[in-house]
Every structure is written in structure tokens, then in C-alpha cells.
Design a protein around this ligand. Sequence first.
Ligand code: PEP
Ligand code: MG
Length: 540
Amino acid sequence: MKQFNGKTILDKIAIGKIYFYRKQNVIRRYRAKDAARELERYEKAKAEALETCERMEEKAKKEADDSVGEIFAAQAMICMDEEFSGLVSDYINKAGMTAEAAVNLAGNVYAERFESMEDAYIKDRAADIKDAAGYLIEYLTRADANAGPAEPAIVVAMDLTPAETVRMERENLLGFVTRNGSFHSHTAILARSMGTPALLGVNVNPAWHGKTAILDGEKGILILDPEESLLEEYQKKLLLQEKEAEESEKEESGFGDGKSIRLCANIGDVCDLDKVKRSNVAGIGLFRSEFLFLSRKKMPGEEEQFRIYKQVLEAMGERNVTIRTLDIGSDKKADYFHLEKEENPALGYRAVRLCLRRKDVFKTQLRALYRASAYGNLSILFPMITTMGEVEEIKALCKQVREELRAEGTELKQVPLGIMIETPAAALISDLLADEVDFFSIGTNDLMQYTLAADRENARLDALFDPSHPAIVRLLNMIVNNGHAKGCKVCICGELGADVSRTEELMRMGIDEISVSLPALPGVRRAVKRALNSENVTSL
Ligand code: PEP
Ligand code: MG
């Protein structure tokens, strides 16, 4: 039995076998019996890698110059090279290799051959061969690596991106343990919103794969190969935890009566809908639509999005549903967007910055949202606003979409439009922004990251995320006052809303709505009730 400490994300327990999650591009299978299937996989990967090279070539020619474009053209030629393909086929057919192992070996053989040449130009082509083989291997290994465990397990990894996390089957995720990752990262938020216990900063080891473990989120420890008596003790605790969760679901909300504060839920997937409905919340305060995009290999089209939004709205009936438009970029990346690597992704091409450039993507989502509006009580929320111009452009686009849909004979409802206040710029011009929109939703995760100049992905900076920092308190007060002065409803949907030590203060500030992940609801509900009974907030 061994014990490891980590930074806890949720005070829950998980017991199960460890599944060590390996990244894409890791070759896990070397031998295959079905050569025909491996050849088929290779042909498919070749087509995809070729498409990548061609796209990169076009982009490089447009954005850099022809010489950069030629690098990708050379890589495309390698992908299609008959001799290279012949070598790969031989390794598959004669040596019984998997497609990825065969490409890897052929790539090395080819690269070595080029490296041994006299001509400096040809020598340099070895790097292109390795790149081209890398693309092929990436396509060949992605599906395997992204699937996660096939049965319930505690997933252990060096790190997990939000996309990798949402692609795993929810019922198979008992808990997460990672080496990297910070408390405010999207992966940590995902774990909390899924109610999945998680530990960060643990010195993980691939050799743990298959071992039995206890993840104790209350104590922040992982126990490997626990003794029988300890396992029994924890199994009892786990039963108790499940019983308590069932009971807190039944608790009455007791608010939503205008007297105090509306309590809503943050979700990112339709599979949470049943729980939301049972939890007596006033509505969905934040539906992170980007998780729908991250969990798919292809961008969901208008019809698919429409069906999902309609399902959410119908399920919630009269209750309000705030759907946030795509907040992709930074740490939330989907391969099919082909986003470039950025030096400072959190300050980069993200959310509405991307959507306003990719109008095809943005309009598709807006059309699906407006079409779904007829089926419930929808509000649309726009993330990462920094300028008035962005809001004007967004509103013009919404108007255009509404007019187009009306002209097509589609039934539409009035849809309140809101913006995330999650950059200091938006907070500082919130008096002006309040003239333009119906509501604000304060994204404290990003607002704190940008105000405190502390990368939310950097675990070493977690301590800087202090919600009582006067800069944060001042900004929150400013946003609420500026919003209310113009009749704008002010909600909070960042993780600070789940910090029960701040609930009373948020209520005193006059926040209209707190929206938190489902597991955080019972605690916040109790804190609101306590605050309502306390003398400090009776004068609300
Ligand atoms: C926030 O920034 O507080 C927020 C709610 O958005 P996200 O965490 O998805 O960036
Ligand atoms: Mg945010």
C-alpha cells in the first residue's frame, strides 16, 4: 500500500482500478493479425494527412511565403510517395505490423537514407519525412488514445485537455489524477461540474495501470493497493456519499422568489439535464456550448446543434436557459478548427474573437439557437468581450440571423442577449456595455486570471486566485452597480459563485443570480439560506 498527496478538486471519494491514459501519437500496438484492416487504416490516414499538408501549404502561402508552403508540399509528396507506401505495406503484410508501427519504421528508414546523402538539400528533407510520418501516426493513433477506459476506472494521466476529458465516457470516469493542471483550469472545472473527484499535482506513474486505488478528494490523497480493511472502510464511506447526494437533490431550493438570489446550474452536456431538473434550480445559468464541439470529431452542423438546444430548452420548460456561444481557443481546442499554436493562448484567438472571424461557424450556431428559442425560455450569452465594437458586431449579426429566419417562415421568440464580463476591459466599461445588452454574467475564472495577471492553467499560481483580493471585490461591485444602473441583470457563473465563504457578500453586493456546477449546488443553497437568516442580509 502506498499513498500520494495531490491538490484536490472535489471533496468526493472514488474507488476503482487505475487506467493510465496515454496521449495521442503514442504507438501502443505493434503487432496486428488482420493485415487487410491495417492497410485500410493506412489508406484512410494517408488521405487525412494529405488533406492536412495541402491545407497547411495553402495557409502558409497566404500567410507566410511560397518557400514555407513548399515544405508542406514536400510533406504531401512523401505521404503519397509510392515507394514509401510500398515499404509500409510490406511491413504490414510481411512483418505483421500495425499501420502506425509500419509508418514509424518506414519513416525512420527513409529519414536515415536521406540523412546519409551528400547533398545538403536532400539531407534536410529527412525532417520533412519525420513530419509527414508524424501526421500519419497522429491520425492512426488518435481514435485509440482518445477513447479513455472501456469500463469504470480512475483515469491517471500526465495531463488532460478539456477535449480529451469530454471525449471519455462519463460513466467510465470514476475520478482523475494528473501530474499537471491547476485548480482553475477548464479540465478541473469539468471534473467539478461532472461531480468527478480529481487530484492534481500527483507524481503519476504508468506502472500503476490496472492497480486498485482509492482517491480520497476530502483528504487530497491517492492510496495505491489499499489493504482489505481500508478498502472496506472506504466502500462504506462511498455508500454514505451516494446516499447524501441523493438526499441533497431532493432539498427544496427555497428561493427564486425575487426576495433573495436566483440559484442556477452550470452544465456542458445534455446528459446532466435529468439531474438539473431534479435539483430545483431556477434555470441553467451557463450552458458551455463548446463542450459539444470538443466531444466531436467533426463540427456539429446547424441541425445537430438545433436538436441539442431544443432538447435542453424543452427539458427546462418555463425555466430560463442561458446558452453561451462557442468559447473555443486557449486551452479548449478541437482539431477541426486547425488553430495555430500561440505563444500566449489565453490572450489569443479565442471565443468571440474567433467567432467574429469565422462567421460561418458563428452564424450556424446563432441560427440553431434562434430556431430552438421557440421551444423554451432562451437567453444567449457571448464570451470574452473586450470592446464595444464586438458587441455591436454581434448584435448586428443576431439581427441578420433573425431576419433571415423570419423570411424563411421560422417561428422565433424574444431572446435576451447577455455578455460575459470576464476581462478587466469589459468590467471597466461595464457602464457603456450595460446600454447594449440585457444581462451580464461575470466569469470570475477569467476575470481573476486577467486582473491578477495569473495564468489559470499554472498550478504554481493557484494561491493568487484570492476572491477577497480588493481588486476583485472592487470590480465585482463596479459591475453590479453599472449593470443595475441601466436595468441590466447581473449573474455570476464563474467558480467564485461556488465559494460558500463569499455567498453572503455576493448577496450583499446585489448579485441577481449565482450559477454553479451541480455538485456545488447543495453547499451554495445552504449558504444562501444561512445568509438569509443572518442579520447582514435581511436588509436586502
Ligand atoms: C469564467 O471565466 O469564469 C467562466 C465561467 O468561463 P470559463 O471558465 O468557461 O472560461
Ligand atoms: Mg471564461
